[in-house]
Design a protein around this ligand. Structure first.
Ligand code: SF4
Length: 227
């Protein structure tokens, strides 16, 4: 499979946020979100066999722990990434898959936690979520909305209510979008939408969702890669 990087850091944006985690970042994406902070994954990378990826994960986190399969869009390499996820599960890792949900997810192994990033209107990639994927989501999975303005918020609020997401998955995450050119100070001022404003909207509407911040961007320089 084509890999951009494998590294160990702190999981930053789910109910597992704060835990040590090995990230396997696959190369390539078929979307072009306006605020994407991973454009360096669109091209390049290097070929690695499943066993090579496994070996690197084991070196970084011997004997188990959390592994996140991310990208780019990892499901573009479904033929190789599904056996990788299964092998990691069989080796005792807790595996998470970060995906836009644009590709079908029914073949993802049942023990893998899916973090599905449903694109809001101002991402520039609305209506890309494959709605049949809702049927693949269960009580361990999470659905995330990256929100950059009021229109995005209303989309996320209404989508979550219409599909009963709070009853379907472990967590519904509303996360303010971060400026993709953010660097230097580790500060909420880099958010395209003030987290305080988002929190106030959520409280006013009594939304069954969790406010999420990308904590790795508050721990390290937001421009830093491989964290
Ligand atoms: S799906 Fe993810 S990697 Fe692809 S463009 Fe959007 S934010 Fe970037």
């Amino acid at each position: 499979m084509q890999i951009t990087e494998i590294f160990k850091s702190i999981q930053g944006e789910s109910t597992h946020a704060g835990l040590p985690c090995v990230f396997v970042r696959l190369t390539g994406c078929n979307l072009r979100c306006s605020w994407c902070d991973s454009e360096y994954t669109f091209t390049g990378g290097h070929r690695m066999a499943l066993e090579e990826v496994l070996k690197e994960v084991e070196q970084l986190s011997p004997g188990g722990g959390l592994v996140e399969i991310t990208g780019g869009e990892p499901m573009l390499q479904e033929r190789e990434v599904i056996p990788l996820m299964q092998k990691l599960v069989d080796s005792g890792y807790q595996v998470m898959l970060e995906t836009s949900g644009e590709r079908p997810l029914e073949r993802v192994p049942g023990d893998v936690v899916k973090i599905v990033d449903v694109k809001c209107p101002n991402s520039g990639e609305p209506n890309t979520f494959h709605v049949e994927n809702l049927e693949t989501l269960g009580p361990q999975d999470e659905v995330k909305f990256v929100i950059s303005d009021r229109a995005d918020y209303e989309f996320a609020r209404d989508f979550a209510a219409r599909h009963g997401l709070a009853q379907r998955v472990r967590a519904v995450l509303f996360s303010p979008a971060f400026r993709k050119d953010a660097k230097g100070a580790r500060s909420a001022s880099h958010c395209l939408l003030d987290p305080q404003e988002l929190a106030e909207w959520m409280l006013a509407d009594d939304v069954s969702a969790r406010l999420g911040l990308q904590i790795h961007k508050f721990i390290w320089d937001p421009a830093m890669k491989g964290v």
